[in-house]
Design a protein around this ligand. Structure first.
Ligand code: PLP
Length: 446
């Protein structure tokens, strides 16, 4: 049976486009989605899909060892494997955060470390799909001069890397002074045309939309639903890693809201194809200073109003006008979802407390952990439920705020657990006395 997929309007199933058309929105200006021929996918028994996905995982047979391309039939069934641009993304570790979970009052807390990936964030999952599709279109003669995106940092890093691997020019539009050093040096190193604009993410997004509409630049933001097809594999992969058991909750930070939409889409397709028979509940966590979805949730999603996002340490989710809000709301409704928020102090506290148990979190993961703390405290999440927190980026991409925290220099933040390096002369007695003092000071192991 031939597997097929196409772009489809969210509102009108008759409005369809081929995946190699350059189109990002429907005639009403709303987002498109990639839709699969589910009947064809259902013709293969669920147990066979599971066996196939398990057999491919972590192998080197091109391109199926990748966590995304191991599920190629569900992602881009028609693409020629020779045109796929992959750096074996996915299969990021999912581990039991026993000690931190116990601190929160949870027995079964798991962290899905999506930051353990080629460019250090989950954005690789979507970018491998988008760049592969562009690569195939170019191979078939399409005139695409370059790929471009607005970014809060991680999207541009992923775009630059995958475009460089394919030999396609990339242009990234970054809000000046609002991305970390590590995030800025990634596209620079990969040779992307790196533009630092005097605006915020939403301002960069407006410019890149114009460039995409007028100047032959292919748009790589998550309003391009090809990205969602790659990112949706995270939910499938979590269930696969639990030997095809569904957890009770998945907590995920949200900014532009593409990732929470993608997570939901993957899980729904698993249910529709028959691999799972129940759904987890979803929690989308926002920074209090960039919380338009939280505000909408407070009113039962009756309306949605963009806001002007304030400065937050969770810079990758500092977005006031998220493009995927409609998809996200639809998913949260399907998954009996909750939206929670975290202040700057709450997100920092969560990062630091979790780091003390051996994790090394980015601030966005801190937002998710802070939201989780609140839901456990309110009794909405029970002690014995299986909870997965999606950690969206590698902590090493966001060390600036940790350094400042431990130096007690984060404006407006109380550094209760600051742990500054101790400068000492290299003399045995002095060192020994200091070590003994320090050991004494620390609380006994709980
Ligand atoms: C992009 C990003 C997010 C937010 O994902 P959205 O799809 O924009 O909601 C969260 N954390 C990190 C580290 C990111 O790079």
């Amino acid at each position: 049976m031939a597997y097929r997929a196409w772009f489809e309007s969210l509102r009108d199933p008759d409005e369809r486009y081929a995946l190699d058309e350059v189109v990002y929105e429907d005639t009403q200006g709303a987002l498109l989605q990639v839709v699969h021929d589910l009947d064809a996918l259902r013709a293969t028994p669920a147990e066979e899909w599971k066996r196939l996905f398990d057999a491919r995982a972590h192998r080197t047979e091109w391109p199926y060892g990748s966590g995304v391309w191991g599920k190629k039939e569900w992602v881009l069934p028609g693409i020629d494997p020779a045109n796929i641009v992959s750096m074996y993304e996915g299969h990021s570790n999912l581990f039991w955060a026993e000690r931190y979970g116990r601190q929160l009052g949870l027995e079964d807390l798991w962290i899905k470390l999506c930051g353990n990936s080629h460019t250090g964030s989950f954005k690789d999952l979507g970018m491998t799909v988008l760049i592969s599709q562009v690569n195939e279109m170019i191979a078939r003669g399409a005139k695409i001069q370059a790929v471009g995106c607005a970014s809060t940092g991680d999207t541009s890093a992923a775009l630059a890397a995958y475009a460089a691997a394919a030999g396609i020019p990339a242009i990234v539009f970054l809000p000046r002074g609002k991305v970390s050093t590590a995030q800025l040096v990634q596209p620079v190193s990969n040779g992307a045309i790196t533009l630092s604009l005097e605006t915020d993410f939403d301002g960069c997004m407006e410019i890149v939309r114009q460039v995409a509409a007028n100047d032959g630049v292919y748009l790589a933001n998550s309003m391009n639903s090809l990205r969602i097809e790659g990112q949706k594999t995270v939910g499938i992969e979590i269930v696969q890693q639990f030997d095809w058991e569904v957890p009770d909750w998945i907590v995920i930070p949200g900014g532009n809201l593409g990732n929470v939409s993608a997570l939901g889409k993957g899980l729904l397709e698993m249910q529709e194809i028959g691999l799972i028979d129940r759904l987890p509940r979803l929690v989308c966590a926002q920074a209090e200073r960039a919380n338009p979805l939280y505000r909408s949730y407070q009113q039962d999603f009756e309306k949605f109003e963009p806001i002007l996002a304030g400065a937050t340490l969770a810079s990758a989710i500092q977005i006031g006008n998220p493009v995927s809000y409609e998809k996200a709301i639809a998913m949260l409704r399907r998954f009996d979802g909750i939206v929670e928020e975290a202040t700057e102090q709450e997100l920092v506290d969560a990062v630091v407390e979790a780091d003390r148990t051996g994790l090394f979190n980015c601030p966005h993961t801190g937002v998710a952990l802070a939201a989780l703390k609140k839901l456990v405290a309110r009794g909405e999440i029970r002690a014995d439920e299986k909870v997965v927190v999606i950690s969206t980026a590698h902590g090493l991409k966001f060390t600036d705020f940790k350094v400042m925290y431990h130096e007690n220099e984060l404006p407006g933040i109380e550094s209760r657990l600051a742990n500054e390096p101790i400068v000492l002369p290299a003399r045995y007695e002095t060192v020994r006395d200091e070590i003994l003092r320090q050991i004494e000071r620390r609380a006994p192991r709980s």
